[in-house]
Ligand binder design. Sequence first.
Ligand code: DC
Length: 218
Amino acid sequence: MPESLIVIAIDGPAGSGKSTVARAVADRLGLSYLDTGAMYRAVAFEAIRRGIEPDDRPTVAELARQVELEVGEKVLVNGADATVEIRSPEVTRAVSSVAANPDVRKELVLRQREWAEGHGGGVVEGRDIGTVVFPDAPLKVFLTASEDERASRRSKEMLDRDYDRVAADMARRDRIDSTRSASPLSAAPDAVELDTTGLDAAQVVERVMALVVERVAR
Ligand code: DC
């Protein structure tokens, strides 16, 4: 990563508050924001739309290389707005196997690095940002929260608002994301771990901003 690129890596499991916090920190710093989970979701969405089995690794990898993705305020997949659809329960169920596909990861990691170069750095959230995508990021934050709190946050933000089903899906996804062989979810050794249980988003943002002041020369 070129010296001039400031990337703030925000990793953690589903429902740990990454998106809200990463977006707010990016706003405060005037940096761009990238939700890499939306990229994996977009590939899963397009696979389902084309009737491709999410477990069909070579076909899904080829799709990941071909598909045109724009991830910003809106998520465009081959030019079509899929902002809402990528959060559907169907995509949520399929996305773990898409994200466990090493060739899909290879392609999306490349695109994430290109994005950072094109935007002069930014706040990037995901699962492997501090470990794999930007191992030299000057600030890596790993957010956690209790399982119960994560499931209740998630059920508020997903299209599927049934707490029990969201909790079960999330536990299943956490298990796959943490035990897959390709870039499993884990904190980088130099990441700052922040337990957000019982904290509201504004409090977490304040803590991250304090870390920015402390660790990122501005
Ligand atoms: O953050 P999210 O729930 O929208 O992420 C969707 C899926 O993509 C989730 O199963 C984890 C996976 N993911 C990943 O493997 N690596 C990333 N950098 C971001 C998300």
